[in-house]
Ligand binder design. Structure first.
Ligand code: C2O
Length: 535
């Protein structure tokens, strides 16, 4: 196995999009940031040096970091931030995973511009379980704000106002021809007729689940979140922030120019979408003057398409890549997801938007929770996060006029080493129903069931897929519905779980699991690295 070394210099750079130039935080002056290339089994060593006037931390989204939460990255969860002028070495092994993942800043909203792809090639001599493509291309979907993103966050969190939505979506950092000043900011991918391409698609947007399609070209999904799937062919993808999807595309249409496009799935009434990002699939030697065709995308509120799409996702579950779904459950958790309004005397309208799990809105600590856990510090967090909501109610009924009392706290759930966990995430209509892409750090999980309305513990488990459910690290909880996931808690440490819509994370839609050490000396949290930042 090789050691892959990278130097990440976090620095501010002037970047212009939509005819607006502004300073943004970047890695190595690049937007999007550099790609990490690694082979399954390799060790990765990334030295992150922070030259910016912001605190920084980087998360390697989807990498399991076995026993090694120190390299996971979420600020105040597994580490204190890297302060201006300091460095931190993220040192980790990539074992048992291959495919596309990504990295991003995990502090404030800095991942708006600080993100990049991680490509994990299978072990030398191990082919893909699908036809080998002729070539491949990374497609990073993102968002662009003309204003300062950190100022936007302050509106939402300090003033209690709904924050501004982004001004455009982007494909590989570029909004494309539907926006002003697009000439320099359009991504184009050149293809040769008859060849097949592997697209590694990553949704790095902050607040939008997206539909993605290429005019006239079907896509065959072969992998999600760095896990192989049963191939299925589709006209459009549905992809939430945090999720990755590998697809095969054949250049089998009349040579020409075709738009690829990404636009948000909007399940709550939000001002008109004028943010669709486009890029160009360009057949070799076709002149730039040929007008590209636009793809057909599902309507912005097409919940049916979104649900149907997710239903098509199944683990490959082959002999070589079996789906190891936990069949018996040691610990059953039921968490409600609630958006609500809390009093806020200092806010503009006297209220502020909030978000909670089991009516607890998470408060970020002042020190890394993993340190507090490892060194047995008291008073940093509680481990009394309730296994179920304070009272059952009609979760998805008519909007409840009064917000069920939300409390605040840094409360975690303690899980025994190697316990098999089932967690049902139930969307609620406290304020409005909305779909939420949930991400768990340190693990992949199996999505064994999902449904619309209230989860019924008497009936729904009978409908679970325990054979080939999709395995992933981020899953969409449907609008006004529920999702059941299972995983084996075999990775000791403190692992963050949150909605990957940054807005909701800011409002408190997050918690963490403390997974206890196992009995073996190789089943404990590793000692912290010497250069671990302090707060
Ligand atoms: Cu990609 Cu905690 O996030």
């Amino acid at each position: 196995a090789a050691v892959r070394k990278y130097q990440f210099d976090v620095q501010v750079k002037n970047v212009s999009r939509l005819c607006h130039a502004k300073p943004i935080v970047t890695v190595n002056g690049r937007f999007p940031g550099p790609t990490i290339y690694v082979r399954e089994g390799d060790r990765v060593v990334v030295n992150v040096t922070n030259h910016a006037q912001y605190n920084m931390s980087i998360h390697w989204h989807g990498l399991k970091q076995y026993r090694n939460g120190w390299a996971d990255g979420p600020a105040y969860i597994t580490q204190c931030p890297i302060q201006t002028g300091n460095s931190y070495l993220y040192d980790f092994n990539v074992t048992g995973q291959r495919g596309t993942l990504w990295w991003h800043a995990h502090i404030f909203w800095l991942r708006a511009t600080v993100y990049g792809a991680i490509v994990i090639m299978p072990k030398q001599g191990t082919p893909f379980p699908f036809p080998h493509p002729n070539s491949e291309q990374i497609i990073l979907l993102g968002e662009w704000w003309n204003s300062d993103v950190e100022e936007v966050v302050k509106q939402g969190t300090n003033l209690g106002l709904p924050p501004n939505m982004s001004d455009a979506h982007t494909i590989n950092g570029k909004p494309g021809p539907l926006f002003p000043c697009f000439e320099k900011h359009t991504f184009a991918m050149e293809v040769e007729p008859g060849k097949t391409y592997l697209l590694r698609i990553i949704n790095a947007a902050l607040n939008d689940q997206l539909f993605f399609a290429i005019a006239n070209h079907n896509m065959t999904v072969v992998e999600i979140d760095a896990v192989y799937t049963k191939p299925f062919t589709t006209q459009a993808l549905f992809i939430g922030p945090g999720q990755t999807t590998n697809v095969l595309v054949s250049a089998n249409q009349a040579p020409g120019r075709y738009f690829m496009a990404a636009r948000p799935f909007l399940d709550v009434p939000i001002p008109i979408d004028n943010k669709t990002a486009t890029a160009i699939l360009q057949y070799k030697s076709i002149p730039n003057t040929v007008l590209p065709k636009l793809p057909r995308l599902p309507a912005p509120n097409d919940t049916k398409f979104a649900l149907g799409y997710d239903e098509n996702l199944k683990s490959l579950n082959s002999q070589q890549y079996p789906a190891k779904v936990p069949l018996k459950v040691d610990r059953t958790l039921f968490y409600t997801i609630g958006l609500g309004i809390n009093p806020c005397p200092t806010c503009v309208n006297g209220t502020r938007l909030t978000a909670s799990l089991n009516n607890i809105s998470f408060v970020m600590p002042q020190i890394g929770l993993l340190q507090a856990h490892y060194f047995n510090m008291t008073g940093v967090f509680g481990t009394d996060f309730p296994d179920r909501p304070p009272m059952p109610f009609n979760y998805t009924g008519a909007p409840l006029t009064a917000n069920l009392k939300t409390s605040q706290g840094t409360r975690l759930s303690r899980i025994a080493f190697n316990a098999t966990v089932e967690l049902v995430l139930q969307d609620t209509n406290l304020l409005t129903v909305e779909s939420h892409p949930f991400h768990l750090h340190g693990y992949n999980f199996f999505v064994v069931g999902t449904g619309i309305g209230n989860y019924d513990p008497a009936k729904d488990p009978a409908k679970y897929n325990l054979v080939d459910p999709p395995e992933r690290n981020t899953v969409g909880v449907p609008t006004g519905g529920w999702t059941a996931i299972r995983f084996r808690a075999d990775n000791p440490g403190v692992w963050f779980m949150h909605c990957h819509l940054e807005l909701h994370t800011s409002w408190g839609l997050k918690t963490a699991f403390v997974v206890e050490d196992g009995p073996g000396s190789d089943q404990t949290v590793l000692p912290p690295p010497k250069d671990l930042p302090s707060c």
